[in-house]
Design a protein around this ligand. Structure first.
Ligand code: B4P
Length: 196
C-alpha cells in the first residue's frame, strides 16, 4: 500500500448516534458535492454478506450493539479509499470514528480530517426512527433490545469523540431533530463555511 496515494485528500468524518440520520444526509451530500461516501456500517455489512469467517464474527458483535475491533474497520476503510483514490476529490467517512482512538489512528496512519459533522439527536427520536426502519430493513440490529445497546455504546464510546474534535475546533454540530431538508440546509452552510 502506497501511503502517498491518500495524502492531501479531503476527509470529512460523519458522526452521530444510531438513527440520527447520518446515512440519509450523506446521500444528499454526495449528490451535491460529489465526495466519495464510505459508510463503515455498510462496509461491515458487505463483509458479513460475503460469508467470510471474519463476517460471521462481525454479525455477532453487531447484534449485540457493540463496536467491532478497530483494526477491522480501519482496514476496510483504507482498502476502499485506496480503490477510489485516483478518481475521488474527497471522502465522506460515515459512522467513523466511533471512539477517540479510531480517529487518532486514522489521522496518524491515513490522513488528517478537515472537519467532523455531528448530527445531534435525542435518544427518543433515534429510537423511533430505527423502529420505523426495522419494519423493512431486515437488519439484525434494528430491534428494540439492540437499539438500547447501540445507544449505550454511543453515549459511552462516541460522545468523547465529539468533545475531542470540539476542542480541536473541527466540530460542526447540526440539529438533526428536524426534517431532512432543514437539516441538509445546515449541513451545506457548515460545509461551505457559512455558519454563524
Ligand atoms: P451504522 O451502519 O453506522 O448504523 P447507524 O448508526 O444506525 O446509522 P445509519 O446510517 O444506518 O442510520 P441513519 O441514522 O442514517 O452501524 C451499525 C453497526 O455497525 C454499529 O452498531 C457497530 O456494531 C458497527 N460499526 C459501524 N461503524 C463502526 C466503527 N467505526 N467501529 C466499530 N463498529 C462499527 O438513519 C436511521 C433511520 O432514520 C432511517 O430509517 C432513515 O430513513 C430515518 N431518518 C433519517 N433522517 C431522518 C429525519 N430527518 N427525519 C425522520 N427520519 C429520518
Amino acid at each position: 500500500y502506497d501511503p502517498d496515494k491518500l495524502k492531501g485528500k479531503k476527509v470529512i468524518f460523519v458522526v452521530g448516534g444510531p438513527g440520527c440520520g447520518k446515512g440519509t444526509q450523506c446521500e444528499r451530500i454526495v449528490a451535491k458535492y460529489g465526495y466519495t461516501h464510505l459508510s463503515s456500517g455498510d462496509l461491515l455489512r458487505d463483509e458479513v454478506k460475503s460469508g467470510s469467517e471474519r463476517g460471521k464474527k462481525l454479525t455477532e458483535i453487531m447484534e449485540q450493539g457493540k463496536l467491532v475491533p478497530m483494526e477491522t474497520v480501519l482496514e476496510l476503510l483504507r482498502d476502499a479509499m485506496i480503490a477510489k483514490a485516483d478518481t475521488s476529490n474527497g471522502f465522506l467517512i460515515d459512522g467513523y470514528p466511533r471512539e477517540v482512538i479510531q480517529g487518532t489512528e486514522f489521522e496518524s496512519n491515513i490522513q488528517e480530517c478537515d472537519c467532523v459533522l455531528y448530527f445531534e439527536c435525542s435518544a427518543e427520536t433515534m429510537t423511533e426512527r430505527l423502529l420505523g426502519r426495522a419494519k423493512t430493513s431486515g437488519r439484525v440490529d434494528d430491534n428494540e433490545e439492540t437499539i438500547k445497546k447501540r445507544l449505550d455504546t454511543f453515549y459511552s464510546a462516541t460522545e468523547p469523540v465529539v468533545s475531542h474534535y470540539e476542542e480541536k475546533g473541527k466540530l460542526r454540530k447540526i440539529n438533526a431533530e428536524r426534517e431532512v431538508e432543514a437539516i441538509f440546509a445546515d449541513v451545506c452552510a457548515a460545509l461551505d463555511g457559512k455558519e454563524g
